[in-house]
Design a protein around this ligand. Sequence first.
Ligand SMILES: Nc1nc2c(ncn2[C@@H]2O[C@H](COP(=O)(O)OP(=O)(O)OP(=O)(O)O)[C@@H](O)[C@H]2O)c(=O)[nH]1
Ligand SMILES: [Mg+2]
Ligand SMILES: [Zn+2]
Ligand SMILES: [Zn+2]
Length: 226
Amino acid sequence: MHQTFDVALGVNILDANQKGADHNRAHFDEWGITCLNVMSSPGAGKTALLERTLATLTTDYKIAVIEGDMTTELDAERLRKYGVPVIAINTGRSCHLDSKMVAGGIHRFEMDYNPSEFDLVFVENVGNLVCPAEFEVGEHAKVALLSVTEGEDKPLKYPIMFQEADCLLITKIDLAPYVDADIDRIIANVRQMNSRVTILPVSAKTGEGFERWFDWIKTRCKRSEN
Ligand SMILES: Nc1nc2c(ncn2[C@@H]2O[C@H](COP(=O)(O)OP(=O)(O)OP(=O)(O)O)[C@@H](O)[C@H]2O)c(=O)[nH]1
Ligand SMILES: [Mg+2]
Ligand SMILES: [Zn+2]
Ligand SMILES: [Zn+2]
């Protein structure tokens, strides 16, 4: 009984979330914006990835960020240094962004800026390897990060994030020798969960792998220069 109730409640919550996600995507489509939902466990390097990405891509693309954190604007402040609009959403007790929270962010963005001038919106989700993957926010693609310091088994233990991802960044590869991480094994474990995902090893510290990441973004961007 208890389980049936939980399952039904879960389906209703996800149904309602999906309607909100469709609403958000319709806004992005109307404005010609590509939205990428960036997700990982806490500290895998989402903000560091976006810092290095903004440092390069803002010359070719007009970018905004929707920054989700349970509390604080620490990450939002880090990204504002790159001169882009950063809409901060504090989720309070919620360990993921949902489509309604992101709708609030989008409507704030719409009031303060001309969204049709923008090409790309990155959503940095709350650090959590589980539920962000289940709550679509209106993105066109899901980007998941797994750092080499987290352990090679994570794709097997937390499958949903890896099954849902369109692009999987193996981050902090500069640290691989220090933590005995076997990148080929990480890739094999990700592949076991998802045969079609693009897998890109990167280091936000050295910049290694970022050209391929930028190329991937360009193939996804509606208003691509290429
Ligand atoms: N050596 C190394 N450190 C990194 C790299 N990327 C991120 N870090 C460090 O890892 C820590 C966490 O990075 P963040 O970018 O804040 O991670 P995050 O995923 O945004 O964290 P939350 O938003 O709190 O979930 C920081 O101390 C970064 O400097 C990298 O490529 N190499
Ligand atoms: Mg962050
Ligand atoms: Zn959650
Ligand atoms: Zn709306």
